[in-house]
Design a binder for this molecule. Structure first.
Ligand code: ATP
Ligand code: MG
Length: 199
């Protein structure tokens, strides 16, 4: 049986329970051997809109999030490659590294809506099956003409944007990020949180 690998890309600034619930449920639903949370080096579609936490810090947070989670791993290919992060390039690299593996690109609904604007998206379709994560009972409206495979997972209404707003105005983040991620954020003093301030 060829290995089945899911590629779940994101900025993960920071990674939250919505990302994790998605990764473990898609892995289960599609019987994937592993899901790589691929940390974008330079999320070109977000550039200029806001300051982005350094890739190395975001990767450390994703490491903390997936430690001890079977079958979910951090992907470093985009950070190691440097420059703007294009999924088409990442898939080509994974196809080389895991020869014969079957690749699945996993996207949330907002990412799916923008899929036709991705750099060389036809290559993404050639190299992988694109999985769109749907909320139970309310499938999202998607651009037409793309052979999506839809997987239902519990959809948690949490976004990194909301989490960053919570950090800045002091609202609680408990249960929206896992405690190892929160500890790592404090340790590294990210999002204006310091270890001293948190005590
Ligand atoms: P931001 O608010 O900064 O855009 P985000 O929470 O959307 O952050 P990203 O890193 O942009 O997180 O997203 C990575 C991937 O995770 C995308 O495919 C996105 O659609 C998906 N995603 C984001 N939030 C959720 C969620 N709550 N449930 C399922 N998938 C999600
Ligand atoms: Mg997003």
């Amino acid at each position: 049986m060829p290995e089945r690998i899911g590629l779940f890309g994101g900025t993960f600034d920071p990674p939250h329970v919505g990302h994790l619930v998605t990764a473990v449920n898609v892995r289960h639903a599609l019987n994937l051997d592993r899901v790589l949370l691929m940390v974008a080096n330079n999320p070109w579609q977000k550039e200029g809109s806001r300051p982005i936490t350094p890739a190395e810090d975001r990767a450390a947070l994703v490491e903390a999030a997936v430690r001890n989670v079977p079958g979910i791993e951090v992907g470093y290919e985009e950070i190691n490659r440097g420059g703007p992060s294009y999924t088409a390039d990442t898939l080509a690299e994974l196809a080389e590294r895991y020869r014969g593996a079957e690749l699945f690109t996993i996207v949330g609904d907002d990412a799916a809506a923008g899929f036709p604007s991705w750099e060389r998206f036809p290559e993404v379709l050639e190299l992988s099956t694109v999985i769109v994560v749907d909320r139970p009972g309310a499938p999202v409206v998607l651009p037409t003409g793309i052979p999506w495979v839809r997987v239902e997972v519990p959809r948690l209404e949490v976004s990194s944007t909301d989490l960053r707003a919570r950090f800045s105005d002091g609202r609680p983040l408990d249960y929206l990020v896992t405690s190892p991620v929160m500890e790592k954020i404090r340790e590294r003093g990210l999002y204006g949180i310091t270890e001293a301030a948190a005590k």
